[in-house]
Design a protein around this ligand. Structure first.
Ligand SMILES: Nc1ncnc2c1ncn2[C@@H]1O[C@H](COP(=O)(O)OP(=O)(O)O)[C@@H](O)[C@H]1O
Ligand SMILES: [Mg+2]
Length: 218
């Protein structure tokens, strides 16, 4: 096996606690002496940030699903080339707040483009890069959106345009995440995100430690 760093992604609906757990995990990794690269999608690189602004601007409500799909992957391709692959090649760990599973859930299932279309673009943009571990924060849609609304009222970290879609849209995204969990149980770990922040963080840390131990044994 090549000495490539571990690639961990955090997934879930809006308000499921991804960004909260992302920060806690990075702190814990740093405290443990791990040199981890933090990646946030959509965004990440300066080019990705510009693409993110188009994607999240509430004024762009007429954006077509295919345009949205290509914008998400344009930002992701830049992340993969400029940051993620170089870091993994150096043996560094990479932790990403959202990755391709988000696109399967939102553009593929919720918007209806289908998984095949998403994976076709993924093949070009990510060139076979698949996470070693995906932590999926599962929570019922209403609870997640209520948390997200509270957060957005405080003006921090919202994905504003996505939040405003209807409940059925978010339910289709959750169903797709659960479909992936069934299809790829080794990579995709479901975490009950309805619990308190420290309890969720403990499960995240156990999963990451187990992955690190598996990797050392290989
Ligand atoms: N386990 C939890 N219990 C209660 N509130 C939470 C929990 N995790 C996160 N929150 C709060 O919910 C809001 C959304 O969390 P956030 O991490 O931004 O979610 P996401 O990045 O998945 O959209 C934030 O205000 C955060 O402080
Ligand atoms: Mg977030």
């Amino acid at each position: 096996m090549t000495e490539r760093g571990l690639f961990i992604t955090l997934e879930g609906g809006d308000g499921s606690g991804k960004s909260t757990q992302f920060r806690l995990l990075l702190e814990r990794l740093e405290a443990g002496g791990y040199d981890a690269l933090a990646n946030v999608e959509p965004g990440g690189t300066p080019i990705g940030q510009q693409i993110r602004r188009i994607f999240l601007d509430p004024a762009n409500h007429e954006i077509s699903p295919v345009t949205e799909l290509l914008l998400v992957f344009a930002a992701r391709a830049q992340n993969v080339d400029e940051r993620i692959l170089p870091a993994l090649r150096q043996g560094r760990m990479v932790v990403s707040d959202r990755f391709t599973d988000s696109t399967l859930a939102y553009q593929g299932a919720a918007c209806g483009l289908g998984a095949d279309t998403v994976l076709e673009v993924d093949r070009i943009a990510c060139r076979g890069l698949v996470p070693d571990l995906t932590l999926y924060f599962d929570i019922d849609v209403e609870t997640g959106l209520a948390r997200a609304r509270q957060r957005n009222q405080r003006g921090d970290g919202g994905e504003a345009r996505i939040d405003n879609r209807d409940i059925a849209f978010h339910k289709r995204a959750r169903a797709e995440y659960l479909r992936i969990a069934t299809d790829e149980p080794a990579r995709f770990q479901v975490i009950d995100a309805s619990r308190a922040i420290p309890q969720v963080a403990e499960e995240v840390w156990s999963a990451v430690q187990a992955l690190i131990e598996r990797k050392i044994k290989v």
